[in-house]
Every structure is written in C-alpha cells, then in structure tokens.
Design a protein around this ligand. Sequence first.
Ligand code: TRP
Length: 333
Amino acid sequence: MIKPTILTGDRTTGSLHIGHYAGSLRNRLRYQDSHDQFLLLADTQALTDNAHDPEKVRRSVIEVALDYLAVGIDPTRSTICLQSHLPALAELSMLYLNFVTVSRLARNPTIKDEIRARGFGRDIPAGFLCYPAAQAADITAFKATVVPVGEDQAPLIEQTNEIVRKINATAGGEILPEALAVIPKSGRLPGIDGKAKMSKSGGNAIQLSATPDAIRAAVRAMFTDPNHLRVDDPGQVKGNAVFTYLDAFDEDEAALSDLKDHYQRGGLGDAKIKSRLEDILQSLIAPIRERREQLSKDPAYIINIIRQGTDRAKERTEATKQEIIKAIGLFQL
Ligand code: TRP
C-alpha cells in the first residue's frame, strides 16, 4: 500500500514553542506510521524576512531539528530535510511565479497580516511577497496531499491549490494533487499575555526547552480574567489564557469541564487553575527538554540525519520538477 505524502515545515528563526507543539508537531507525531512524512527546515523562507540576520537562520536549523527529534519525530519514519539544499524547490518557485499575480500574492491574508506585523510599510522584500509561491513549490515538489499546520497557514495552502489547478490546466492533466491543510481543532494558542500570537521575540512564549522555573514563571504571569478579583467572583473562561491552554493540553475533559463550571460560578481562584496547568506543562515539557539536552551534545548526529533526509528529499523533488517541466511543455534536451 502506498502511503499518502505529508509535507510540512517550519521557518528556521529560533527554537520552537508549545504553540508549535499544539498547532502542528502533535499532529505530525500521529502521522508518522500512516503517512510518508517530510519535514522541511525552511531556511530559505526564513531568509525572506531575516536577510539582515543569516546567522540566526543558520543556527536555528539545528535548533528546529533538535525540537523535532526531542518531541518524538523518528528519523527512521519521518524525513527531515533542508530547504536551501533542495534546488528543485527554488526552480519550481520561479516557475510558479508565472502562475500567480502580484495582486493575488498581496491579497493573501497571511501575507497581509505578516506584512503589517513586521512593519514593512512600502519596503516589502520581494522574496517575502512571493513566498506563497515558494511554499506551493515546497508542497507540490513532494506531491503532498496532507499538510499539518497551524491555522495561520491555511491561506497559503489555499493559494497552493490555486497554483496546482493552473499547472494542471496548463499541462492538460492531473499531474499535481491538491493538498489538504490539517489544522488542530483547538485553534491558535495565544501568548501567555493573552495576545493572539505566541512568539519568542514577543517574550510571551513557552519554549519546548523551557526550564522548570521558566515554566512556573510563565504560568504565574499568565493572563486570566482581569475582572476576577476575588476568589468568590464569577470568572470568565472565554479569553482566559489559562483555560485556552488547558483546552489544548488537558486530556481529562470531564475534570476540565467541572473546573470551568466552578470558575464561572465563582469560588475558584486563579492560583488553583494555574497550578493544574503548571503540572500539565511540567510533565509535557520535562521529557522533551531532557531528550533535547541529550541530543544537543551530538551535533554530528543531528547533521547526519538532516543530510540523509535531504538526499532522500532531493530524489523526490527533482523527479517532480522534471515531470512538471515536461508536462507544461517546455523544450526537452
Ligand atoms: N510557513 C511555514 C512557517 O511559517 C514554514 C513552511 C515552509 C511550510 N514551507 C512549508 C509549512 C510548506 C507547510 C508546508 O513556519
């Protein structure tokens, strides 16, 4: 039986946090046996908004690979590969740019949000504006049909499928499959300050490598319900970061539902809910942190995994590139 292919990945701009875990790492762990899974260390995409700091992008390749392995990605079942070393991805990106318009790129909701968040103003790096075409190249070069990602990535998969349809129409046949974004039910995990985006640079993230003290401090500082002043006051669950995190990580649904009722009735203090969350996060992160520490002692082992994965990915992506060039009818030598 041929397994369906997964391609997903992360920009290499720093180590990953528990938002990545809830958003997509957890799904990727589930798919390791049922799918042929490729994980892309997206260093060239990272450069689209970090051209001023290639050193960070370079260093983070190992950091992200360590995070993958530490959470339980098994290199014998999933293939970890490096974007900058897969020339077919760059070549397909250039090809696909002829099948999208500048205005469609600029209308992509993810791109719009990110341009605003980065304060590019009128000085948008061309590579940044065009990265949806590059991401389409990433996905289609593997002929991936499943893409586990956080919800912010959905518009990119939608745009990928538009490009797929155009390529197929030009080729006059179904040479590329459309891809399905797999997005977690719980939605995006906010930062500990309750703000929509968790990010290391925003100082509101809990890293997968966080120490016990850092986890404790983060949970203590976590945003709850600003109007829940006394224990006896009824509290709000919606918009309360502690409950959003419990929704994402507490596996005891019945206990959680009781806890919410109690909080909403009044009589349950923030310290109690925070202590439950802290226990859950400490036991989630402890084995990840320990494995990460072990693995980080042997960078040659990590590099070897990336090298082998990239070799495997190269075969696959080169084959697809040749097929596409032929199918759309360019000259063959
Ligand atoms: N855009 C993703 C991120 O921000 C990284 C990425 C690059 C990706 N290529 C991809 C995700 C292909 C899914 C599929 O981290």
